[in-house]
Design a protein around this ligand. Structure first.
Ligand SMILES: NC(=O)c1ccc[n+]([C@@H]2O[C@H](COP(=O)([O-])OP(=O)(O)OC[C@H]3O[C@@H](n4cnc5c(N)ncnc54)[C@H](OP(=O)(O)O)[C@@H]3O)[C@@H](O)[C@H]2O)c1
Length: 395
């Protein structure tokens, strides 16, 4: 049962999604009670958030901070450290709703814990579904948890599917801005800098997802996310480049009718939709300005320049542990690129090589049969791919 006022925990509150979520929370004091916040190591910002929102619990998962951050400075909030504290926060019995806004595979722990405790899970962390989609969704069913997407494209599709017969849907269309390198050739991408790759034209996001948007790996991860979340075949998922980032998703019905969700590129809307679901209320998100809007453009993605996209389809088709492998290889490569230790085009190269190695070594696995592998298998695949990626990148 969900109480009238939703008791919310935000995992990853110091990040881009976390900070946007707090703006939404501040707007709805009568509907949302913030009871817990968690981050990895940004103690200063977490402390400021605790001062402003007075949650009951705060968590820093980086254990080494225990020595340096005095718990009493967070008083009256209770400050805890470590991953076990994060798990406990996600499973706290008085909590109704958990927003998982942690970046990367690290988000799986919070998502899994919240699902096992039967919470409503507002899931911004797409990596959890890329790693463990079928397993996580099956566990959600078993534990009566509800997963609500926060990713703007998936929120759009989720909204568009409300009240529709899934059998009448022929395709879903995910839009992509194209990132900072839309229209460039592969040769032009050889020597792009970190600053250029971080300069996203329409969205202001954390560094990892911004680089993923520049390689289009973000869209590859979203294809896999959509495949599991909406239980559609990879062939039913189409990606269209849409530089204005106003149309976030479209649903094509079998009679040819197409429905779209439009709003300015502002994550506060999909966050609010998930936090207040199914209610809609005036919130802090920007509105479309029809007096200035003139045109919306669409074009097919350039698969030769952005090979990551094809990897997304392959992994969505293959299933099994390949999502964990792709995600881990990508996380390591993005980290290297951000540190100036590899080139931009090495990111899709390392991912391609490691996914190929994985697929050649292991037989094809059933795409949606979660009973053939376990969470431990996923974590082992993640570790294996990280080691391989380090080896590849140090060559
Ligand atoms: N940003 C967007 O607009 C957007 C849109 C759609 C989907 N998403 C998805 O939302 C997720 C978050 O993205 P973001 O852009 O908000 O990332 P971000 O700005 O880099 O923030 C990441 C957050 O996760 C926390 N964190 C990282 N590792 C952690 C760990 N091991 N334990 C606990 N907390 C940890 C960080 O804490 P510290 O600050 O202490 O390191 C920070 O609060 C990603 O999965 C992304 O794909 C983001």
């Amino acid at each position: 049962m969900v109480s009238q006022k939703r008791r919310l925990v935000i995992l990853g509150s110091t990040g881009s999604i976390g900070r946007n979520a707090l703006e939404v929370v501040a707007k709805f004091p009568e509907r949302i009670e913030l009871v817990g916040l968690a981050a990895r190591r940004n103690a200063r910002l977490l402390w400021e958030q605790v001062r402003q929102f007075a949650p009951r619990w705060a968590v820093l998962t980086d254990e080494t901070l225990r020595e340096h951050v005095p718990a009493e400075t967070f008083h009256p909030a209770e400050l805890r450290f470590g991953e076990s504290a994060l798990r406990e926060l996600a499973q706290e019995p008085s909590v109704d709703l958990v927003l998982v806004a942690i970046v990367g595979a690290a988000g799986l722990l919070g998502a899994w814990s919240a699902v096992e405790a039967g919470k409503i899970v507002a899931l911004a962390n797409k990596e959890a579904l890329v790693l463990a989609g079928p397993l996580l969704l099956r566990r959600a069913q078993e534990c009566h948890a509800q997963i609500l997407p926060v990713d703007s494209e998936h929120s759009a599709i989720f909204q568009l599917l409300q009240g529709r017969n899934p059998e009448e849907v022929s395709r879903i269309i995910l839009t992509a801005s194209g990132g900072p390198f839309r229209g460039k050739t592969r040769a032009e991408l050889e020597n792009v800098t970190v600053a250029q790759a971080l300069n996203h034209p329409t969205w202001h996001m954390g560094p990892k997802i911004t680089i993923d948007s520049a390689t289009l790996m973000n869209k590859a991860l979203e294809i896999i996310e959509a495949r599991w979340l909406f239980n559609v075949a990879p062939e039913q998922i189409l990606v269209q480049i849409h530089p204005e980032s106003i149309v976030h998703g479209l649903v094509e019905m079998r009679d040819g009718a197409v429905f779209a969700q439009l709003s300015p590129p502002d994550m506060r809307l999909p966050i609010q939709y998930a936090l207040l679901y199914p209610q809609r209320c005036p919130g802090p998100a920007q509105r479309l300005d029809w007096s200035t809007l003139r045109a919306l453009h669409f074009e097919p993605p350039d698969l030769a320049t952005f090979p990551a996209l094809e990897l997304g389809y392959e992994v969505a088709r293959h299933g099994g542990l390949s999502g964990a492998v792709l995600n881990a290889a990508n996380e390591v490569a993005v980290e290297y690129f951000l540190q100036g230790r590899c080139r931009f085009l090495d990111i899709p190269r390392v991912c391609r090589d490691i996914v190929n190695t994985y697929m050649q070594q292991r037989p094809l696995q059933p795409t949606s049969d979660a009973s053939t592998y376990t969470l431990e298998d996923i974590l082992a695949a993640d570790r294996w791919a990280r080691q391989e990626a380090h080896r590849w990148l140090k060559r």
